[in-house]
Ligand binder design. Structure first.
Ligand code: GAP
Length: 462
């Protein structure tokens, strides 16, 4: 990422090139909800696949799960979300925007404890009112703060018409689906502690502030892994996962170390033993990208108590029985998407005095891997040759065929969507069966025989 990249750059490219659209845009949009366009869909798919490969495929003792978005409301009562999953909300008396008081305080350098009562948070707000301003109108006249529950309610299965009768919730985090399936997975597969269950899926939160593009959405996707361990091993295993997740960003995604940092949770939820976030330097500053949490035995103990089902684990060798502790890694697809996009975004001045925007994605994540151009649109023999190559390569890679405008313009377009290689079929190709391959990052071109293209791409892209 270049230091001058702004959020406007990212938002504008996302829309212009079909990465991200506002939801229901033709009806004026829908706050904090976004859709992935054609290239965004490919990028998000590649992010999910890379995470899954790193977490599930490459770890013998991590298995996958796909639990439902809807679960018994008893799950959310047991987990504490029905009573405690809330943010302090206040209204600006001047412009009437709703704001999260903990964020207002945070922006002023004051940390609000998650456990604070409405009374305590209001006192903190009052004591620091001189340091605080409404992000929209800059006033500092606010209503009293009130807790606002983030769970999204639905009327699934409620045929009485009375909204308050039997609330069902859209899941607020995917990990609860893992906890309530712990016994099913244990009984049906050959896993033994320590082992993990990983899941990718949608989560929903009634987020108060709809800011910062796809950083904080109301409908988003999480990639969570819950690792079940013996209590004595929890700290050691926690430290290993911290290192592995950091390594993912540095060595697998190739992020610049300067754009990442660790941040320890100052105010731990009561059950957590340790919690750190990996923060990324988004265009609006360092913010949480991924959380790594040591959740103690809280989750299984709570669900065991509320469901009446024994969730303790018996070691088959020693017969020791214990309640497993959980080490969690949790990151949003959308948030990783935004970090990847920010990291990849480069504005470059070119030798001819022009400039280009190029997304330098890691090849694994690039939405399109190869673009194929016939030099000219109206020459049938060039078109045929280019089509032939395209039809062959598209079976293996996501490819794009482009015969629109001059080749220079086509390069700029592919740069803006981060395509690693562009291949041009020209008149020489018809003579010598070679093509021009242009490299996204160096912009260097080389001639390669068509027979060797597959081998070349295989080496570079895999
Ligand atoms: N199970 C633990 C959990 O859900 P969290 O810190 O609330 O913890 C974990 O969320 C991750 O999910 C965050 O680090 C972030 O990447 C992503 N996330 C959370 N809320 C989000 C939102 N409203 N929009 C996009 N991503 C979100």
């Amino acid at each position: 990422m270049d230091s001058k990249i702004t959020m406007e750059d990212i938002v504008s490219l996302s829309k212009r090139r079909g990465f991200v659209f506002s939801s229901s845009e033709i009806y004026g949009g829908f706050a904090a909800i976004y859709d992935f366009g054609p290239y965004g869909t490919e990028l998000a798919k590649n992010i999910r696949e890379l995470w899954w490969k790193t977490m599930v495929q490459e770890n013998d003792n991590i298995v996958g799960l796909d639990s439902s978005i809807f679960m018994s409301s008893k799950v959310w009562e047991a987990s504490g979300h029905v009573d405690g999953f809330s943010d302090p909300l206040a209204e600006c008396k001047k412009c009437h925007s709703r704001v999260r008081v903990d964020h207002l305080l945070e922006d002023a350098g004051i940390n609000a404890d998650e456990k604070m009562s409405d009374e305590e948070i209001n006192k903190l707000l009052k004591d620091n009112i001189d340091k605080i301003t409404c992000p929209k109108c800059l006033s500092n006249d606010f209503s009293e703060a009130k807790s606002f529950n983030l769970l999204v309610k639905s009327n699934l299965g409620n045929f009485t018409g009375n909204w308050n009768d039997e609330p069902t919730y859209l899941r607020g985090e995917t990990c609860q689906g893992i906890y309530v399936n712990f016994k099913n997975v244990l009984d049906s597969s050959r896993v033994k502690i320590p082992f993990g269950i990983a899941q990718i899926g949608k989560a929903f939160r009634n987020e108060i502030t709809a800011r910062q593009f796809i950083f904080r959405k109301r409908e988003f996707e999480q990639m969570e892994m819950q690792y079940f361990v013996h209590p004595d091993d929890a700290k050691k295993i926690y430290d290993v996962w911290k290192e592995k997740r950091w390594d993912f960003y540095i060595n697998i995604l190739g992020f610049n170390k300067k754009n990442l940092r660790w941040s320890e949770h100052e105010n731990l939820v009561f059950y957590a033993k340790e919690a750190w976030d990996i923060e990324y330097k988004f265009p609006f500053g360092f913010k949480e990208l991924e959380g790594i949490h040591n959740r103690s035995d809280h989750d299984l103990t709570t669900h065991s108590k509320h469901s009446g089902v024994k969730l303790a684990y018996r070691n088959p060798k020693t017969n020791e029985e214990f309640m497993p502790w959980i080490v969690e890694t949790s990151v949003g697809v959308d948030r990783m998407f935004l970090a990847v996009l920010t990291e990849a975004y480069h504005k470059e001045e070119l030798e001819d005095g022009k400039s280009r925007v190029v997304l330098k994605f890691p090849f694994k994540l690039a939405p399109v891997k190869v673009a194929i151009f016939p030099l000219m649109k109206n020459k049938e023999n060039l078109q045929n040759k280019a089509r032939e190559l395209y039809d062959k390569l598209k079976l293996k890679y996501v490819c794009e065929y482009d015969d629109n405008g001059n080749v220079g313009k086509r390069y700029r377009r592919q740069d803006e969507i981060g395509t690693p290689y562009c291949i041009t079929i020209d008149f020489d190709t018809l003579e010598d069966n070679s093509v021009t391959v242009r490299d996204r990052d160096t912009m260097k071109q080389q001639r390669i025989e068509i027979e060797r293209i597959d081998e070349f791409l295989n080496k570079k892209l895999n």
